[in-house]
Design a protein around this ligand. Structure first.
Ligand code: BMA
Length: 839
């Protein structure tokens, strides 16, 4: 009996423009844009205005091809099929000139049989051709066939119209942070599978936990389900069996063999005292490994190994005095979700994966104390690898289905296509412990209720309900069965009932930024769960230099405006910035200030919602957005190259599970402690108010106990008792644990920063090195507000992340740590605070 074999077809692919003979060597997985870029046919679409030079690329058709020579073993295999794990998007596949696939969905997985009992098209020498049609032309044709005018379907200026007619990542046609790069290509693996009688098609693991109390498990049942791919129903007399080996990091905890009857094999395995999977603030993300061997007699016919976690995640919706709760419980412990929204990490998606952007950015999310990432619906269902990292790092994933902001058209075959896409992705992702919830779409319920979708494209509202409140939830319940489904983000539960309500469901709050409201309005919006809110900034000057020549480095130059896709976004950055800061002349300094206003805005909101967690009033804050898909001015906290903006450093503080924060009015300030740990905090808080000239005006310190999973106001101070004015002082606070280690610290002003009467700081710096570990000890003669450490251009090729940045220096010294393999001296460090930046 032949064992199931899989070969990934990565070699000898070439790409040609349809109708032309010139062939370019192509990586598979890969894309048309990337191939043309690597072969020097197009210039970097991210540079300057190049984005618009490559229109011909997406208006053309492209053909990938490779040959497959079959040896005796392959020719003799009983069953041979090709598995296309991702084809972007409209394409036909030919095998030896026979059409074996007509595919219209980049999110689907397709199996094409070359040989089985019914057919055999496999020869000794074979040719595989994948012919991609321009997605833009396809979209135009569909819109025309539906009787609509492509110029009149309500698309934004930043996008090529019609993407919603395709099952392709919406952002690729352009978004308010992304270029118009509707790429094409074989974006996931092409696999060749062979087997004789049967193979393992799918292994699904679910766990049922018996809790002795919240957070404590006594037993778990590991429910395994194995689906076989066979020509026939396996019978008890066939001598097939399955061996299951389960282990954790240290040891094998189970090794059993069960007989096989039928092609769907379910077995429950009991584990005592299981180790649970947790997010970082609640524990460790313990993982188990399961290996399954399918045996015929004593021969291994197939095997599969995967990791799984034992955890229970529930969405809790209980009626209460405000409306209805909306929060997640992990292993019966309510969690405040902290994190951000994720978009595809590169417009050339495969390149992003190759550059290991997943790994880096997810690590950065953990470093910033996030426990949840929302994979936003305008992008893709990410690669398995993405969810693997989240499993390993203890990050929960909110997964949107890939629909966003546009009404879904209804034409023949589209619904079925969507259904099969949903099933493929639910099956692919359901084993990941990180996956917490499935959500129908981004902002489409809003679109119908508030944006007038029905005026532009009448007649599609019922189809919306059919898809998002019937089809997709049914798929989730049938093929997942353990996770909640939520119809749209935001929503109050569906059926077009007030999706923007603060009292039900999740919220996207855009009065700050899109509507130009002041930051204070965050405090007037008491949502149950903030799944989007955001504020823009420019990326680091080093990132700007990668796409912008020196003479265009001003916010409203043609190139800077093209690297800003939100209409009038750069002006908005300035308008907000001016309210907070005096604006200096140099663009480099303006960039820093733009990042500081972004960080301030997000901090203002998140601290408020975290202070509001009691009685589950608000239980989540996921800001818009974590990452970028190209170098651009946007809402991201980490830019395309992985450089942290000020926001990411500040997020690390405002997402700290233990957070001390100040809530100011014009005259007084409340000091709060928020505790997201599942145990009470006992320690001391210290408050120190310092004049802008460096005089200590007020200090106090007190021991405190803050109950687990709660927020508490611990002190109120007034300007009157400090005997100072709002412009002349800075309030510093910190929280120390019982071992007197600082666990959280921060500062707050009574006025906008530009009103502060700052004095020039004189810094005292000392840099110590131990191999590649550096520590900088820093103090200042007078308060240095929003102090940052940056690195000289000579270190440009390396992105150095410090353990803290954009802090304020008061009366005490601060130690900053970072790693670098290079020899770094004090001369390489640029230390500046608001005083130097605004002058
Ligand atoms: C949201 C998102 C995105 C958009 C962002 C910024 O509502 O869902 O569609 O990019 O706002 O405008």
């Amino acid at each position: 009996m032949e064992k199931h074999k899989k070969i990934v077809l990565t070699n000898d692919w070439i790409l040609k423009k349809k109708g032309e003979n010139k062939a370019y060597p192509a990586s598979v997985p890969g894309s048309v844009y990337e191939t043309l870029l690597v072969n020097g046919v197009i210039s970097d679409p991210f540079y300057g205005m190049n984005e618009f030079d490559s229109k011909w690329v997406y208006e053309s058709d492209w053909e990938y091809s490779t040959t497959l020579s079959a040896d005796e073993e392959l020719l003799n295999s009983e069953v041979v099929f090709l598995r296309f794990k991702g084809l972007d998007t409209i394409c036909k596949v030919y095998f030896n000139e026979e059409e074996i696939l007509n595919s219209e969905n980049m999110h689907r997985i397709y199996d094409c049989y070359l040989k089985n009992r019914e057919k055999n098209i496999l020869k000794k020498n074979n040719l595989i051709r994948v012919l991609f049609k321009s997605p833009v032309r396809e979209a135009y044709e569909i819109v025309r066939n539906m009787g609509f005018d492509i110029n009149n379907i309500g698309a934004h200026d930043f996008q090529i119209p019609g993407v919603e007619t395709l099952r392709k990542a919406y952002h690729s046609f352009g978004w308010d942070w992304g270029p118009k790069i509707p790429d094409m290509g074989i974006w996931r693996d092409v696999e060749l599978h062979t087997f004789t009688d049967t193979m393992i098609d799918d292994l699904t693991i679910n766990t049922d936990i018996e809790f002795s109390k919240p957070g404590k498990a006594e037993k778990a049942i590991v429910k395994t389900q194995l689906t076989l791919n066979s020509h026939r129903e396996i019978d008890a007399g066939d001598d097939y069996s399955v061996r299951y080996i389960i282990g954790n990091k240290e040891e094998t905890v189970c090794d059993v063999v069960k007989m096989v009857k039928g092609n769907l094999i379910s077995n429950d395995i009991k584990l005592n005292d299981p180790e649970l999977w947790w997010t970082k603030e609640l524990g460790t993300p313990a993982l188990y490994q399961i290996s399954v061997f399918l045996l015929c007699g004593t021969t291994i016919v197939d095997e599969k190994t995967l990791e799984f976690g034992i955890r229970e995640v529930n969405l809790i919706r209980n009626k209460d005095k405000w409306g209805e709760t909306f929060y997640f419980e992990l292993n019966k412990i309510p969690i405040f979700a902290k994190g951000g929204n994720w978009i595809p990490s590169d417009s050339l998606i495969v390149r992003g994966r190759r550059k290991k952007l997943y790994e880096k950015v997810i690590r950065d999310c953990v470093d910033a104390n996030m426990n949840m990432i929302r994979v936003w619906g305008g992008g893709v269902y990410e690669d398995d690898e993405f969810y693997d990292y989240c499993d390993h790092k203890g990050i929960l994933v909110w997964q949107d289905f890939t629909f966003a902001c546009r009404p879904t058209p209804d034409f023949q075959g589209f619904e079925e296509n969507i259904k099969l896409e949903a099933i493929d992705n639910i099956k692919r992702l359901r084993n990941h412990p990180s996956l917490a919830i499935w959500v129908g779409n981004n902002e489409m319920e809003e679109g119908w209720v508030y944006w007038g979708f029905d005026k532009v494209v009448p007649g599609l509202k019922t189809f919306y309900l059919k898809l998002f409140e019937d089809l997709l939830p049914s798929c989730v319940s049938e093929f997942d069965g353990t996770r909640a489904y939520w119809p749209s983000s935001p929503s109050s539960g569906g059926n077009f009932l007030n999706p923007d309500s603060a009292d039900y469901g999740d919220s996207h709050y855009w009065k700050v930024w899109h509507d130009g409201f002041p930051l204070e309005s965050y405090r007037e919006f008491d949502s149950r769960f903030m799944s989007e809110f955001g504020f823009e900034s420019f990326p680091d000057i080093k990132t700007v230099k990668t796409f912008c020549p020196e003479d265009q480095m001003v916010y409203n130059s043609e190139i800077m405006e093209n690297h800003q896709k939100n209409s009038a976004g750069n002006q908005k950055i300035y308008d907000y910035m001016e309210k907070q800061f005096s604006i200096p002349k140099e663009f480099e300094k303006q960039i820093i200030l733009s990042q500081l206003s972004q960080a301030e805005a997000m901090q203002y909101g998140v601290e408020h919602w975290r202070r509001n967690r009691n009685d589950y009033h608000c239980m989540g804050a996921l800001y818009w957005q974590i990452n970028d898909c190209w170098p651009v001015a946007s809402w991201s906290s980490i830019d395309y190259y992985g450089r942290w903006k000020a926001l990411h450093y500040v997020a690390k503080r405002f997402f700290n599970p233990l957070m001390i924060s100040g809530c100011e009015t014009e005259k007084d300030m409340e000091i709060w402690i928020s505790n997201d740990y599942n145990e009470a905090f006992e320690g001391t808080y210290e408050i120190e108010v310092i004049s802008t000239g460096g005089e200590v005006l007020y200090t106090t310190s007190e021991t405190v106990k803050v109950e687990k999973l709660s927020s508490e106001m611990v002190k109120k101070i007034t300007l009157e008792e400090i005997k100072s004015s709002a412009e002349d002082c800075i309030v510093f606070f910190k929280l120390l644990n019982e071992r007197t280690e600082t666990v959280s610290e921060g500062f707050k002003l009574f006025c906008v920063p530009k009103k502060l009467s700052l004095e020039k700081p004189v810094y005292n710096c000392k840099l110590d090195q131990n191999d590649s570990n550096y520590s900088l000890t820093l103090s200042s003669s007078v308060p240095a507000v929003y102090c940052s450490v940056a690195f000289a251009d000579r270190l440009d090729d390396e992105i150095i992340i410090t353990n803290d940045n954009y802090f304020s220096l008061g009366s005490r010294k601060k130690v900053i740590q970072f790693n670098s393999d290079k020899e770094i001296t004090l001369n390489d460090l640029i230390i500046r605070s608001l005083f130097e930046i605004t002058r």
